[in-house]
Design a protein around this ligand. Structure first.
Ligand code: ADP
Ligand code: ASP
Ligand code: MG
Length: 407
């Protein structure tokens, strides 16, 4: 007998019927003799609808109140699932994040979990009850309710699994596992049997929305056995583990992508020792997340600098740069919107030189212009026009032998 944490996402709990289906999946796990903790998201598109509602009230809603609002979504699901289980004769109790002892840092909208006090959950488990916990939410030491960032219920589940020393964490969702790329966009994407923590972390950070990046971080740091699987079909999913063996000696495991990127170019910065640190310190102080950076010296005196940001941060970035013009001493700012980042990920790259070259050749052969590049040991990212994003994903997916029809 073990302890299993199950997590069900928005689509999987999107209606009364689906909640009853989830209750059946919980019952099956319980009947296998396991203790079960269930983490759930808000039903269907509830969180999106609450965000829209708030924006009808205020253009920049107060972040604390936003957390108050959004956490209600998950509270609906926990109570309904508990009712469904109790009705089926399975004793269950629902907990909000704070009742489950999930503490976070003092940041609204994107807080990190700092500790989990498991006493309340353990007490109910020892009575034989199924414990249902609201995903995506926590509490600060001062008693303020926080949220973990969009998609954060995955992180609640994995962090709880780590704190409770669960035997496994199953992430049930609307696809049957982690695919070589988003199956919603690429029809011949293929389900992977296994992915390593490091590869999954890169894929999640580079836009593969199937898992919240912080959930993968927790799983890696605490060695939580993780599986992504379908809430509808009863088949095994994708295992995320320390060392995943490559199926068929592939170098690339998957392709991730992300739109809504803007490239900002600062022209004519003085060539001083502290110039770079001043500009990025100024942006960081204003919570602007900079991704890829390219620096080039035009002559002995001036430097041009390009960096990529999320398009939603453009207005603030321009304001901050303008406000600091005198300190930064640049000549001009230019920007290009409607860009996207396409990335190939795979631990096989470490020992195979030429992967980046191959990627650029494939993109060039298809007349896709690369505007920025960034690499790490296990990934290569290229920034391209947003209109080329899906095409770039498709041709790379094909070229690196990931497609279903290549098997
Ligand atoms: P949930 O509500 O269950 O958390 P999400 O919508 O957050 O579900 O995540 C599942 C979705 O992730 C899928 O429907 C799919 O479109 C998307 N996705 C993106 N990249 C991948 C990938 N590599 N493999 C599988 N799904 C992916
Ligand atoms: N309900 C939240 C969201 O839609 C959290 C989650 O589903 O993981 O982002
Ligand atoms: Mg999700």
């Amino acid at each position: 007998m073990g302890l299993i944490v199950q997590k069900f996402g928005g689509t999987s709990v999107g209606s009364a019927e689906r909640i009853l289906n989830v209750a059946e999946r919980v019952r099956e796990e319980k009947e296998r003799g396991n203790d079960v903790v269930v983490v759930v998201s808000a039903m269907g598109k509830t969180t999106d609808q609450l965000v829209s509602l708030a924006k009808e009230i205020a253009t920049q809603p107060n972040k604390r109140e936003m957390d108050m609002l959004l956490t209600t979504g998950e509270q609906i699901t926990i109570s309904l699932l508990s009712m469904a289980l109790n009705h089926k004769g399975i004793e269950a109790v629902s907990f909000t994040g704070w009742q489950a002892g999930i503490f976070t840092e003092d940041i609204h909208g994107n807080a990190r979990i700092t500790k989990i006090e498991t006493d309340a959950v353990n007490k109910q488990l020892s009575k034989g009850k199924v414990v249902i916990v609201a995903g995506f939410q926590g509490i600060t030491v001062d008693g303020e309710i926080t949220t973990l960032g969009r998609g954060g219920s995955d992180t609640t589940a994995v962090a709880l699994a780590a704190a409770l020393k669960a035997d496994k964490c199953d992430i049930y969702t609307d696809v049957t596992g982690v695919y070589t790329t988003d199956p919603r966009y690429v029809k011949d994407a293929r389900k992977l049997l296994a992915v390593s923590y490091d590869e999954m972390l890169e894929l999640a950070n580079l836009g593969a929305g199937v898992l919240h990046p912080r959930a993968v971080e927790f799983a890696k740091n605490y060695n939580v056995p993780l599986e992504v699987r379908s809430s509808m079909e009863k088949i095994s999913g994708t295992v995320i583990e320390e060392e995943a063996t490559m199926e068929e000696n592939l170098i690339v495991r998957g392709v991730a992508f992300e739109g809504e990127i803007t490239r900002v170019t600062v022209l004519g910065l003085p060539n001083s020792l502290s110039g770079l640190s001043t500009i990025f310190t100024t942006l960081a102080k204003n919570h602007i997340n900079v991704d890829i950076i390219i620096q080039s010296s035009t002559d002995a005196h001036a430097t041009n600098l390009s960096f990529s940001i999320k398009s939603e941060d453009l207005e603030q970035t321009l304001t901050v740069l303008e406000e600091n013009r005198e300190v930064l001493e640049y000549e001009q700012i230019e920007w290009e919107m409607k860009l996207a980042k396409v990335s190939i990920v795979g631990s096989g790259m470490v020992s195979n030189p030429g992967v980046a070259a191959e990627m650029f050749k494939v993109l060039a052969d298809h007349e896709i212009h690369v505007k920025m590049v960034s690499t790490s040991e296990i990934k290569v990212s290229a920034v391209v026009a947003e209109t080329n994003m899906i095409r770039a994903v498709e041709v790379l997916h094909e070229a690196f032998n990931l497609s279903e029809n290549k098997r």
